[in-house]
Design a protein around this ligand. Structure first.
Ligand code: AHG
Ligand code: MN
Ligand code: MN
Length: 348
């Protein structure tokens, strides 16, 4: 067996790459790793505990919260609060930002945006779920952090990552110097480097989209899906359709195997469904760092102006050439920008 490198060892080894004070981001990543292990523990024994099902509450987006959504949210907030490096947590499950006033966090410089549990509709049926995090640095280190610090464009992320609680649990993250993946070894309770320097193939043969919404998709997406289904040996089509319904799990598979994930605007979700700050931007950072591409069909996800915490965006993300082909279909559908796409929603 080769040398085993734990997540903790790896983070410290890579500290030299960080542009700012060295230990702080390392500690923050460590805190996130700890919260992820707590969530993993609960996800793994979910069937045994009274933790399945709905909590009876709804979050800001009007979605019913699962008990595990709430548990995961609490774990991340707790770890980030006591860690001392985070001044604001922004979460899918909280309407407003959470400002951390603990004495230990007096000099904290980092903002963390989280989707504590992604794919919650899959929990009760034992299908892979995930967590997503995105880290920003305060714009003015000497001023108190505000919502403006949270609403920075994705290009300003200093780190981002996800945890996929699947057949094994993996943490994948980037600090802007490539993407590395760590698999949790439950026997020692440590995540070990298993996927160094992850890259997404430029071409893939998997398309992931909720085709049940086909009738509500813009024309360009409909035509791209048809393109994926046409037989053509020179491009290995028809492609394979795979859709789990947990963005983290769908993107993790496509990162490894190559593929495209699309959640477009639909007639029911005219701005898209997925959230820019804690779903699209962190995944875009990771996929770009792995050599892939992430756009809203027209523009780079990480350059979209962020005006509110729970802002939604359509997303086309994955293998570079596949995303560019889908973008071509969007353009050829006769629209110049995402805003122009809306009249086409009901078109044939
Ligand atoms: P969350 O569980 O954090 O609300 O996210 C669910 C998201 C995402 O994980 C997934 O890709 C998408 O919703 C699935 O939506 P549809 O059921 O509309 O396909
Ligand atoms: Mn989610
Ligand atoms: Mn969620």
């Amino acid at each position: 067996m080769g040398e085993v490198k734990t997540l903790g060892q790896f983070i410290i080894e890579k500290q030299a790459d960080f542009p700012y004070a060295k230990g702080e981001l390392s500690r923050l990543l460590r805190d996130i790793g700890i919260a992820a292990k707590m969530v993993n523990r609960e996800v793994n024994k979910a069937g045994l505990m009274d933790i399945l099902g709905q909590a009876g509450s709804t979050n800001i987006q009007g979605e019913s919260q699962q008990k595990l959504d709430i548990f995961a949210n609490e774990q991340f907030i707790k770890a980030l609060t006591s860690g001392g490096e985070c001044c604001i947590v922004a979460s899918e499950e909280n309407e407003e930002i959470i400002t951390i006033n603990a004495p230990v966090a007096q000099n904290a410089k980092y903002i963390v945006a989280i989707d504590p549990l992604d794919g919650s509709s899959n929990i009760d049926v034992n299908v892979a779920v995930g967590s997503i995090f995105s880290i920003y640095r305060k714009i003015d280190i000497n001023a108190p952090a505000t919502i403006t610090d949270v609403c920075q464009p994705g290009t300003q992320q200093v780190a981002a990552g996800y945890i996929v609680y699947g057949s094994s649990t993996m943490l994948v993250y980037t600090t802007g110097k490539g993407v590395n993946g760590f698999t949790l070894d439950p026997s020692i309770g440590e995540s070990c480097l298993s996927h160094p320097n992850m890259t997404v193939p430029a071409d893939g043969q998997i398309y992931s989209v909720n085709e049940g919404n086909y009738v509500h998709f813009p024309k360009g997406v409909k035509q791209y899906i048809k393109y994926c289904q046409v037989e053509d040996s020179s491009t290995n089509r028809p492609y394979t359709s795979r859709y789990i319904g947990s963005m983290v799990a769908d993107l993790h598979r496509n990162l490894i195997k190559g593929g495209i994930f699309i959640y477009p605007v639909t007639a029911n979700a005219p701005k898209g469904k997925l959230r820019l700050v804690y779903e699209c931007n962190p995944m875009a950072f990771i996929i770009e760092q792995a050599g892939g591409k992430a756009t809203d069909g027209f523009n780079r996800i990480m350059e979209i102006e962020v005006t509110e915490l729970h802002q939604r965006s359509p997303i086309f993300i994955g293998s570079k050439n596949m995303v560019e082909m889908a973008e071509r279909f969007m353009r050829d559908a006769g629209v110049l920008s995402f805003a122009d796409a809306e009249p086409l929603l009901s078109a044939g």
